[in-house]
Design a protein around this ligand. Structure first.
Ligand SMILES: [Zn+2]
Length: 513
């Protein structure tokens, strides 16, 4: 256009340029600027004609209105198909489209089925389940992708080796696999200046929420677990490089993808900095990171394997005994029961309110019996009844809380859990590192320079050693089902008050270096 390679453009009608009025007028202006004629044959419009302006504007308006109408009709058509339980052409990994109903001729004379429905593609569903399983086990997305490609798992288009992190991420975040098919979640809007389209979330009332039980591939439990893992990954490098700009605090990669049993857990007690692997010799040595940068005086190092072995051994032998755990759980139970004692006062108060309403209702009924029925009275009755219902619900909720308060599990159960926990510790580094993190939190290593001992007139220089300090969070041993609401209650309290009583064991382990 800029090089004046042509003098005129002929179109069938103006809607061929663009159905969007604004865009069409911009184009016409641009052509005018470059002295290029537009000839619209069926509209009978030539753009350099002085009288064409009105015609162009009106045609543009009509075309745009037509487009709006068409959009509405299409949407209505699609909505009808959706309501009848058919799919409208979206292709989702894990499902195949299947025609249903009678074969009929449509308006154009083409044979068409009444609709298409989704069915689970069993082969793809297995792969989806595998992806979720590995993800929940703590495997990295990169690793999942690598193994899928190595095993030559088919992707949607049957391209072998076509798995990418984005595909797996999308599968791991697609709630359609839990049976929730939300339609019209997004809306594409075109930027009037640049012409680029952008995706916007539609308001909830425009969305269409369909639950399709027959299409469930991932059960709710698995989905929740995956969601939990996403939460723990949130802000972890290198998944979200952009989070620096937001208020979200970045979690270091090592915290969400620990490579060693204690990676990301160790802290230097002298400076508060991280204890990291500072040398790779014979399986690696841990030491204060700041000491390496000469901002901390703690130069003590300790062999990684040694540290792991001693810590786990003492943890198993001295602290994770069923008796110890039972003792703590019993105390937790007592502490909770104590706070729950405050509840009956609230219940009493609510029950008294219930009685007041009851009398109120009786009075109103007496009123009616005396022949004084009016709109006002009936409204008062409705109001009193709804207040009564609310109170009933509140009292029930309070009672539920009380009866479902934390109860210390029996010793056999604790035995079983401990056994399972130790099994994990022996098996998988990543899973056990994450489990240890929940149980121990950070471990502080305190370098101790023991003073020289005089023995038989000789000065014996004793070696410096590390003392490990940690709090054992015993409630972390409970499984999700047993943690319940009170666990969150305790967690919240712990966050605001680290001294919340009796769930902790403080423990110290001595390491000679
Ligand atoms: Zn230090």
């Amino acid at each position: 256009m800029e090089n004046k390679e042509f003098d005129a453009v002929a179109v069938d009608d103006l809607s061929r340029l663009s159905r969007n009025n604004h865009q069409m007028l911009t184009l016409v202006n641009k052509f005018n600027f470059h002295q290029i004629k537009i000839i619209s044959v069926s509209d009978g419009i030539i753009s350099d004609d002085e009288n064409s302006k009105l015609g162009i504007h009106i045609r543009g308006l009509i075309n745009e209105l037509y487009l709006d109408d068409l959009r509405k009709k299409t949407m209505r058509g699609l909505e009808g198909q959706k309501l009848r339980g058919f799919n409208t052409g979206e292709s989702v990994y894990g499902y195949k489209s299947h025609p249903v109903g009678d074969l009929k001729l449509n308006k154009k004379g083409q044979p068409k089925y009444e609709g298409m429905i989704h069915k689970i593609n069993e082969e793809e569903a297995l792969i989806i389940k595998r992806i979720y399983k590995e993800f929940i086990e703590g495997k990295s997305i990169h690793g999942i992708v690598k193994r899928l490609n190595e095993d030559k798992m088919p992707t949607k288009k049957n391209h072998v080796g076509g798995w990418a992190t984005s595909t797996v991420t999308r599968i791991l975040k697609n709630e359609k696999y839990t049976g929730r098919w939300v339609w019209r979640k997004w809306k594409n809007v075109r930027d009037p200046i640049t012409g680029k389209t952008k995706k916007f979330a539609r308001p909830k009332k425009e969305q269409m929420d369909l639950f399709k039980e027959e299409l469930i591939i991932i059960d709710q439990n698995t989905w929740d677990e995956a969601k939990k893992r996403w939460k723990s990954l949130d802000g972890a490098w290198p998944m979200h490089k952009k989070t620096q700009k937001t208020s979200k605090q970045s979690i270091s990669y090592i915290h969400s993808n620990p490579t060693h049993l204690l990676a990301g857990l160790l802290k230097c007690k002298s400076c508060g900095g991280a204890i990291v692997q500072i040398c790779g010799k014979s399986g690696g040595y841990y030491g204060c990171y700041n000491a390496k940068r000469k901002t901390c005086t703690n130069k003590l190092t300790i062999q990684r394997k040694r540290l792991e072995a001693i810590l786990i051994e003492s943890l198993k032998e001295k602290f994770l005994t069923a008796e110890n755990i039972k003792y703590i759980f019993d105390n937790v139970e007592k502490a909770i029961a104590k706070t729950m004692n405050e509840v009956p006062a609230e219940v009493k108060q609510k029950k008294a309110q219930m009685e007041t309403i009851q009398t109120e209702l009786q009075n109103l009924l007496g009123f009616i019996k005396a022949g004084n029925f009016s709109k006002l009275v009936s409204e008062a009755i409705v109001d009193a009844e709804s207040r009564q219902e609310n109170l009933k619900g509140e009292i029930q909720a309070l009672d539920f809380q009380r009866t479902n308060a934390f109860k210390a599990p029996p010793k056999e159960w604790i035995d079983h859990r401990l056994e399972k926990f130790q099994e994990t510790l022996n098996k998988n580094t990543k899973a056990s590192a994450l489990a240890l993190k929940e149980l121990l939190g950070t471990i502080e290593l305190e370098p101790v320079q023991s003073s020289p001992v005089v023995e038989n007139g000789c000065v014996i220089e004793s070696k410096p050693y590390y003392l490990a300090h940690s709090n054992i969070e015993t409630l972390a041993l409970l499984d999700e089902k047993h943690k319940g609401t009170n666990w969150y209650l305790l967690r919240k309290r712990r966050d605001s008050n680290p001294r919340y009583p009796c769930r902790y064991f403080c423990f110290q382990v001595r390491f000679n270096t």
